[in-house]
Design a protein around this ligand. Structure first.
Ligand SMILES: [Zn+2]
Length: 290
């Protein structure tokens, strides 16, 4: 029991929650409750062009309908802009401006260092953080997926911390947000697993405490395609909240009894063992329970 446990759920307001995001939210909530911890809600609205009007209200309504109560006031990334700028200034000497477009990089997963020595102006360009072989090796013990390590310099290369459109990158924002909120335990979808070494690298560069990580399996459709807002996965129907929670608990390996949502969640929190989740990145699909 960690008395200081602080967990969080951080959805992007680009659409309603779908089953996969409800599963991640429920796993994170159960883990916090099982540890007697706090569970915070952050709306990741940094990427204004992707923000959809009404999505935040819909997300909050869905969480409420499913009994996933959060502690403290909702936090928004748009409240943290000055903190992102401060973090960037801390990193400034290790950054360089990059003018490469997605097309220039031909879909390469690793940045080849094209602009490293060009001394381009910051304005109008993205900023990348230099990663070397010494600082770039990051390994951690994920509570679900086990040992995970990545040499960021070899796998990703110098990565973007500030976007061309003058917005903090997702990686920088998340590290700053979690530190500001005092998050100790991150429970999120396994689709973010390979982002974690970059976030550990950034956290080390910024002198932030290292949180504990658990990457829970994401839910696939029968075809194996990840459920997400991008492939128009079905939005959660709040009127079927009890059914949805039973479905999510079944996907999380629990065999829920009959009962209302509060009873189901209390029952699940008592039995919650995150180390017993399937150690796979993707769950095969829907489990229909009545
Ligand atoms: Zn470049």
């Amino acid at each position: 029991m960690a008395a200081s446990y602080v967990g969080r759920f951080a959805p992007t307001p680009s659409g309603p929650l779908h089953l996969g995001s409800l599963l991640a939210a429920t796993a994170s909530w159960l883990d916090a409750r099982a540890h007697g911890g706090r569970w915070l809600l952050r709306i990741d609205d940094l990427d204004a062009p992707r923000t959809v009007a009404g999505a935040e209200a819909a997300i909050l309504a869905t969480l409420e309908a499913h009994g996933l109560a959060w502690d403290a006031t909702v936090v928004r990334q748009s409240d943290h802009l000055q903190h992102y700028r401060a973090a960037l200034e801390t990193l400034a000497e290790r950054c360089f401006a990059c003018r490469c477009t997605r097309r220039d990089l031909h879909g390469a997963t690793r940045y080849p260092g094209t602009c490293r020595a060009l001394r381009l102006p910051r304005r109008g360009n993205a900023l990348r953080l230099r990663v070397d072989a010494v600082s770039g090796l990051h390994a951690f013990d994920d509570r679900v997926q086990g040992r995970y390590s990545q040499q960021v310099a070899a796998a990703i290369g110098d990565y973007v911390v500030w976007r061309r459109d003058d917005i903090a990158s997702y990686q920088l924002a998340v590290v700053v947000d979690d530190a500001l909120m005092g998050v100790t335990h991150i429970v999120r979808g396994a689709d973010l697993l390979d982002n974690t070494p970059r976030q550990l690298h950034l956290g080390a560069c910024l002198g932030k405490a290292k949180p504990s990580y658990a990457h829970v399996p994401i839910v696939a459709e029968a075809s194996g395609v990840k459920l997400s807002k991008h492939n128009a996965a079905t939005a959660i129907d709040d009127r079927a909240a009890r059914y949805n929670i039973r479905n999510v608990l079944a996907l999380l390996g629990l065999d829920p009894p009959r009962g209302d949502i509060a009873e189901l969640l209390a029952w699940a929190a008592q039995r919650w063992r995150i180390d017993r989740l399937p150690r796979v990145p993707v769950l095969p699909g829907f489990v229909a329970v009545s």
